[in-house]
Design a protein around this ligand. Structure first.
Ligand code: BTN
Length: 264
């Protein structure tokens, strides 16, 4: 059972998460919140579902999570016009998630660009940001899935060795309520900074938790694939690869992976 009192005690935001919609089941919390953009309270609302029947991940994949042990939630951020594409919001959300996990569980996550949360090199969380318009306003729907207390037998066989949870890494149960509240505390502060100071502040913080910088990576786009060493994240939120000595290529979308070279 999600403990509302614990969550409320730890929440330090001005508005974000003041309303918590605790759902036993929803098709997808991203869809749930996107259907409520006309509600004036939507900006304060976070929808948490124990079970999603059509949970979505990036690249059209599905997102499944056993009930009662993890976090699956969404919120709608009314994006100021100057904020442009959701790319930088995605980075801000990833940073907030990494910071929250570090604070709550005392472990150091790394982000696989843009915002897969890795623990010991395995995926423990992901974020799906979607842009929606309503009444002439743009909202970024931020949907987060975080494996908090999944046990090994709850992980689908095909994901073992590639996915993990906080509990599997630390050996200790972590508080879902604390993870959510601390994430929202960090996210609200980050989005305020973004709206006032712009991209640089978001990117500088992101780079501290991005586990790809300095590593050989590949980025798979719609039809092609780029390989190189990840050297930077620019102020549009793109990952900059050095693809040949002195030749740089910025990628804003696509699926990233680490490249492991075998010895010859
Ligand atoms: C990914 O890594 O591919 C992103 C996964 C995002 C999953 C979350 S769970 C809550 C929210 N609702 C959804 O349908 N998806 C996001």
């Amino acid at each position: 059972m999600f403990n509302l009192n614990t969550y409320q005690r730890l929440l330090e935001t001005k508005t974000l998460g003041a309303n918590l919609a605790l759902l036993d089941e929803a098709p997808s919390t991203n869809t749930w919140i996107a259907r409520r953009l006309e509600d004036p309270e939507v900006e304060k609302t976070v929808a948490v579902a124990e079970r999603q029947t059509a949970g979505r991940g990036r690249f059209g994949r599905s997102w499944a999570s056993p009930p009662g042990v993890n976090l699956a939630f969404s919120l709608a951020w009314p994006a100021p016009e100057a904020c442009g594409t959701p790319g930088l919001v995605t980075l801000a959300a990833g940073t907030a998630l990494a910071e929250a996990v570090e604070e709550v569980a005392d472990i150091k996550p790394a982000l696989k660009y843009p915002n897969d949360l890795l623990l010991d090199g395995m995926k423990a969380g992901g974020i799906l940001c979607e842009l929606r318009e309503n009444g002439g306003r743009s909202f970024v729907i931020i949907g987060v899935g975080l494996n908090v207390n999944t046990s090994l037998d709850q992980l689908p066989e095909e994901l073992r060795g590639r996915a993990t949870s906080i509990k599997l890494v630390t050996g200790e149960e972590a508080s879902r309520e604390a993870a959510l509240a601390v994430f929202l505390n960090r996210l609200e502060a980050a989005l305020e900074t973004f709206a006032v100071e712009g991209a640089d502040a978001v990117v500088e913080k992101y780079k501290k938790v991005c586990g790809m910088l300095g590593r050989a990576v590949s980025v798979k786009g719609a039809g092609d694939s780029v390989e190189g060493v990840a050297v930077d994240v620019d102020n549009k939120g793109a990952l900059v690869l050095e693809v040949a000595p002195g030749v740089y290529h910025a990628v804003i979308s696509g699926e990233t992976s680490f490249v492991y070279k075998t010895g010859v």
